[in-house]
Design a protein around this ligand. Structure first.
Ligand code: LIP
Length: 255
């Protein structure tokens, strides 16, 4: 997505206000899910696109919470969320929600999961936030205003060496595509320092922003997995490209 003129939102107060709302929504929704998770020894799960593509009551509750807050605070804005129906906008702004990115980690009790909230104007990402409650990390950015982790500025890796690069990636839920992805990562592995697979695209992009990995790539992503993380990584100085730019699913990303 090219960073273009923000139109009526060129006023930094608006952009920074949107960033604050992204943070508030992501932290509130993820914290509720974390509180609920510790009270359940066993989670009831349902499956979506495949036997391994999980969804829980906490995914749905977190998204409904955010949708209710937005319908109250920003009723003219649109919504695209992983678990619910699209809502059109009359304001030109659309909120993109992944209530729990890293759902498999959430179900299995692993720490790399969080809520990702972004707001866009056309193809421009204006602001975004990712909150990972178990890690106690909140990443956020506003277009042209930099990126931060818990309020501290983020600066991405500037390494250009493939041979010493720590590279994050992920794999699709579709077994045929996983087979292709496995063959690709097998070819890449001897050429780089190492591979990391966190299970959350949002977290992988935040790790790019923080310089914790030098690069990240993945095929078959959805816009809600990446919208906030793309802005956070770009505002931290990383180069992030994804295609098709206006797609909702089956996106290929390199950062
Ligand atoms: C996840 C992505 C991750 C990918 C996983 C899964 P979800 O999203 O964030 O990058 O590798 O297979 O798609 O399903 O946890 O929201």
């Amino acid at each position: 997505m090219p960073q273009t003129d923000l139109g009526g939102l060129s006023n930094s107060a608006n952009v920074n206000d949107l960033r604050s709302l992204c943070i508030d929504l992501a932290v509130s929704a993820a914290s509720k899910a974390a509180e609920g998770r510790v009270q359940r020894a066993q989670l009831e799960t349902e499956t979506k696109s495949s036997l391994t593509d999980l969804v829980t009551e906490f995914d749905r509750a977190a998204e409904n919470f955010i949708r209710e807050r937005l319908s109250s605070q920003r009723p003219q804005d649109g919504i695209v969320g992983e678990e619910g129906l699209d809502v059109p906008n009359t304001s030109g702004l659309t909120w993109i929600i992944d209530p729990i990115d890293g759902t498999t980690n959430f179900v299995f009790g692993l720490p790399a999961w969080g809520c990702s909230v972004a707001v866009t104007q056309g193809n421009t990402i204006l602001a975004g936030a990712v909150h990972l409650p178990v890690l106690r990390e909140t990443y956020s950015a506003a277009s042209g205003r930099g990126a931060s982790i818990n309020g501290t500025e983020l600066i991405s890796s500037q390494s250009t060496s493939l041979q010493t690069a720590l590279v994050a990636t992920g794999f699709a839920y579709n077994s045929q595509r996983r087979s292709q992805q496995g063959a690709l990562v097998a070819k890449l592995l001897p050429q780089v320092r190492d591979i990391r697979r966190s299970g959350s695209a949002a977290y992988d992009l935040c790790c790019v922003a923080a310089g914790r990995v030098d690069a990240y790539y993945e095929h078959g992503l959805s816009i809600w997995d990446i919208a906030a993380g793309v802005l956070i990584a770009r505002e931290a100085g990383a180069t992030v490209e994804f295609t098709p730019e206006s797609a909702v699913t089956d996106i290929t990303l390199v950062a």
